[in-house]
Write a protein that binds this ligand. Structure first.
Ligand code: NAD
Length: 482
């Protein structure tokens, strides 16, 4: 099995880490090691940066049409191998195969297609000084950029960064999460097949504090696009800011759902179940604090508990599993510890919150029952800290003002969801919510042209559409007097 030992992708070649060391890669559905990842360090990052430096003059001057064709071809290769990619993602992450098939991999190919075409339409501004001069903004690629992504939506988020960086003419050194490296390795092969010139994209595997940090610290890496935890984001900013690197940080969340009594109850229930437990709650955009207007609180609570208990947790490869395994033993322990904490803080666990012991092949897997908790104040740790698992808290509110105060009452500001049929109320609330994204009567409906990112401790900067192309280019004003 050649692919049991994953390889770095540096200067167009698939090679082991210089140290020859490997890290274990676990299958979360069984808890067993099933492959090995290069344990890369600063030497491998240096090699990747050197390759990117050599490739930059060619790639950046290649012309938009040629870059478009190559990136579009990468999308084709992903699409042609959709099933293989989806199975690999499900095995590596523990998510249901159906989700990898319907969400993760289609979106990864869409990211390449979207930015391949977007660059053809990208334009800059000009500013006329009447009778005197004209200014225009030249937008040039930055050079070598670093892209670092987390484990929850592995290929989806990895390509969300890499595609715009490449489209804008940069060369990239990228690192996927050490917990979910498999589809990034497959992407490297797809890039070779699509004819991406050597060194344009370099994928280096390994630990965050070692390989990841070496990307941040390398003086020739001009910008960092990072998605991950808020604490890691802080560390990265501490290193990168004094080096004056451009930074885009997409960090943690603790997203509120506000449910008003005048909502479309049935539709709201369907989407609230999704926003609570999709990918076992391991999506940064999942709503984990649910605020419900008091008049419908009990009806909502009973219905949510009933539907949550009905969810099937099991083998990610089975078509009847709604939830698969959590990503790691450590993460499962962390999520379960928050359920205990909720009880210590006075909450009532209405359902779930316990580990599931499986039989046979799945015996060592990281499974838990999704939990709904009530009776907690807004300022307790359970309601303030990111859990990032299948755990939601519910709380009643009386007035519109109170709902906004509760929703804004954490350090985070990534996304929020509002359920009401009153369009004026929806707009009033949207205006006041401290979040990068407000979904009204829907959840996770994404248009790739829109700005994406968080406020407060959920991040700095925006990805998506033109925002990403602007991030990955340096604007230069050229002033011409006449
Ligand atoms: P993490 O911060 O532990 O790791 C993310 C990536 O950073 C990994 O590739 C890791 O190896 C690397 N890393 C770790 N330490 C590093 C360092 N010192 N220098 C450089 N790189 C380093 O996050 P995670 O546990 O993989 O992912 C879960 C987190 O990601 C959650 O907080 C979640 O909310 C967040 N997330 C945010 C978004 C968003 O768009 N805002 C999307 C998905 C996930």
């Amino acid at each position: 099995m050649a692919d049991k030992y994953l390889k770095n992708y540096i200067n167009g070649a698939l090679i082991p880490a210089e140290s020859g060391e490997y890290l274990d890669n676990y299958n979360p559905s069984t808890g067993k090691v099933y492959s090995y990842i290069p344990d890369s360090d600063e030497t491998d990052i240096k090699n990747a940066v050197d390759a990117a430096e050599k490739a930059f003059p060619i790639w950046s001057k290649m012309g938009l049409e040629k870059r478009f064709r190559i990136l579009n071809r990468i999308a084709d290769v992903i699409e042609q191998n959709m099933d293989e990619f989806a199975k690999a993602e499900s095995r590596d992450n523990g998510k249901p195969l159906s989700m990898a098939r319907n969400v993760d991999i289609p979106r990864a190919q869409a990211n390449f297609r979207f930015f391949a075409t977007a660059i053809l339409h990208f334009s800059s501004e000009s500013h006329h000084m009447e009778g005197e001069a004209i200014n225009f903004t030249l937008r040039q690629p930055l050079g070598i950029v670093g892209c670092i992504s987390p484990w929850n939506l592995p290929l989806y988020l990895f390509t969300w960064k890499i595609a715009p960086a490449l489209a804008a003419g940069n060369c990239v050194v990228a690192k996927p999460s050490e917990m979910t490296p498999m589809t990034a390795f497959m992407l490297a092969k797809a890039c070779k097949e699509a004819g991406l010139p050597p060194g344009v994209l370099n994928i280096v595997h390994g630990l965050g504090g070692k390989a990841g940090q070496a990307i941040i610290e390398h003086p020739k890496v001009k910008a960092i696009s990072f998605t991950g935890g808020t604490e890691t984001g802080k560390k990265i900013a501490q290193i990168a800011a004094p080096m004056f690197k451009k930074l885009s940080l997409e960090l943690g969340g603790k997203n509120p759902n506000i449910i008003f009594e005048d909502c479309d109850f049935d539709q709201m229930m369907v989407d609230t179940l999704r926003s609570s437990f999709s990918n076992s709650g391991q999506i940064c955009l999942c709503g984990s604090r649910i605020y419900v207007q008091r008049s419908i609180y009990e009806k909502f609570r009973d219905e949510l508990v009933k539907r949550t208990q009905f969810l099937k947790v099991g083998d990610p490869f089975s078509s009847i599993s709604d939830l698969g395994a959590l990503v790691s033993q450590q993460h499962l322990d962390k999520v379960l510890s928050y359920v205990n904490l909720a009880e210590v803080e006075g909450g009532t666990v209405l359902c779930g919150g316990t580990k599931i012991e499986m039989d046979g092949e799945l015996e060592g897997g990281y499974y838990m029952r999704p939990a709904v908790i009530e009776g907690l104040p807004n300022n307790c740790r359970t309601n303030q800290e990111e859990i990032f698992g299948p755990v939601v808290t519910i709380q009643p509110f009386d007035t519109e003002e109170e709902s906004i105060e509760l929703a804004n009452g954490t350090q985070f500001g990534l996304s929020s969801t509002v359920w009401t049929q009153d369009i004026s109320k929806a707009n009033r609330v949207a205006e006041k919510l401290q979040a990068g994204i407000v979904w009204i009567n829907c959840w996770l409906l994404r248009d790739l042209r829109t700005p994406f990112g968080g406020a407060k401790s959920s991040g700095v900067g925006r990805e998506g559409g033109l925002e990403a192309l602007r991030f990955f280019t340096e604007p230069k004003n050229v002033c011409i007097k006449y």
